[in-house]
Design a binder for this molecule. Structure first.
Ligand code: PMV
Length: 347
């Protein structure tokens, strides 16, 4: 009987954002979102059986994080998957946590994948996506690789792959502008936006057109078309959140500076496009051939702490050995050198 399982999952960046839950139970989204899974920005989950007599589960984030939510998720998942033994669970990530980099998405996708390996029977991919969503909505999109759509509903096909990672070898650069957790977790931010932003219904209505446009841009691998919609959708999400009472401002000064730098790059003929999730970091899409130049331009912006490089990534998987970054505990320092620019340093 397997007693220890490691699983690894990638983060994702939303091109059409999930920002607002449907009323009622089950963490259903109010609208359909579409994301790109990001290779190498990963979380790892270690799940080990404890002796039956041990009683309770033991859960931990490394570095430390909100364990109460993690504990509730593990209890729920065990009941869903028929895991009778109590468990030892540790979840870790190789990039800044809880700061708008979707670390909760990769964390809960990795954990769901590890738990599934201990399940009685073989839970379907749809069931596992629905389970991952209970930890963090966007985690269900990290259960698949490439371009992934998530629409409301629990039926088969609520989470689907629109195109595999190899369909379009884009580069994705992440300009990290602040370390540490974001001020308002997305769950609370969504609740507040829905309850008090006068722009919320308009935001939902506009999302339908963005979704159709992104699907078409992905199909035809049209970066200017994809980028235009991704920028518009991100700005509208933040405009809607700014309209909440009290307002939600996730950006730092450097966030705006990076956006302006992306626009300057474009004026100079480099097709680069940004998006921003619920945090101060800016993700930039460009052609792989332009990634070096774009990465340096982002690292030059005052206030940018570092720039990470990624590309379309694959689905979660169990791994026989833990990834090296998961063992060393240094985490974000451990992204491989070729994946990151450090500000002021030649690559
Ligand atoms: O998955 P959550 O509950 O952390 O919410 C994610 C919200 C955004 O990242 C802002 C948008 C998205 O679609 O991922």
């Amino acid at each position: 009987m397997t007693t220890v399982v490691w699983a690894v999952a990638n983060a994702n960046v939303a091109l059409v954002k999930y920002w607002g839950r449907a009323p009622g139970p089950g963490h259903q989204p109010a609208g359909t979102s579409l994301s790109l899974t990001l290779e190498g920005l990963a979380s790892g989950a270690r799940v080990a059986r404890r002796p039956p007599r041990a009683g309770a589960d033991r859960v931990a984030w490394a570095p430390p994080g909100p364990v109460a939510e993690l504990g509730r998720f593990v209890a729920h998942a065990r009941a869903q998957l028929g895991i009778e033994h109590p468990l030892d669970v540790v979840v870790t990530s190789n990039f800044p946590v809880a700061a708008g980099l979707a670390s909760s998405a990769s964390a809960y996708a990795a954990l769901t994948t590890a738990l599934a390996a201990l399940a009685t029977g073989r839970p379907s991919a749809d069931r596992l996506a629905a389970l991952a969503r209970q930890g963090s909505g966007s985690a269900c999109r990290s259960m698949l690789g490439g371009f992934v759509q998530w629409r409301p509903g629990d039926d088969v096909g609520a989470v689907t792959q629109v195109a595999p990672p190899e369909h379009w070898p884009l580069a994705v650069l992440v300009a990290v502008t602040a370390a540490g957790p974001k001020r308002v977790p997305s769950r609370e931010g969504m609740r507040r936006t829905r309850a008090s932003s006068p722009f919320f219904e308009a935001w939902l209505a506009a999302g339908e057109a963005d979704l159709a446009a992104v699907r078409e841009a992905v199909r035809s691998r049209d970066l200017p078309a994809l980028g235009a919609v991704a920028e518009r959708n991100a700005l509208r999400m933040h405009a809607t959140a700014l309209g909440a009472d009290p307002p939600l401002l996730y950006w730092e000064a450097a966030t705006v500076s990076v956006i302006r730098q992306v626009w300057r790059l474009r004026e100079g003929g480099v097709p680069a496009f940004f998006t921003v999730d619920a945090g101060p970091q800016v993700k930039v899409l460009c052609e792989p051939g332009d990634a070096e130049r774009v990465g340096r331009a982002l690292a030059d912006v005052p206030g940018v702490l570092r720039v990470l490089r990624s590309r379309p990534g694959g689905a979660p998987r169990t791994v026989p050995q833990p990834p090296s970054w998961a063992l060393s505990g240094g985490l974000s320092q451990n992204l491989s050198r070729d994946l990151s620019w450090t500000v002021g340093e030649a690559v």
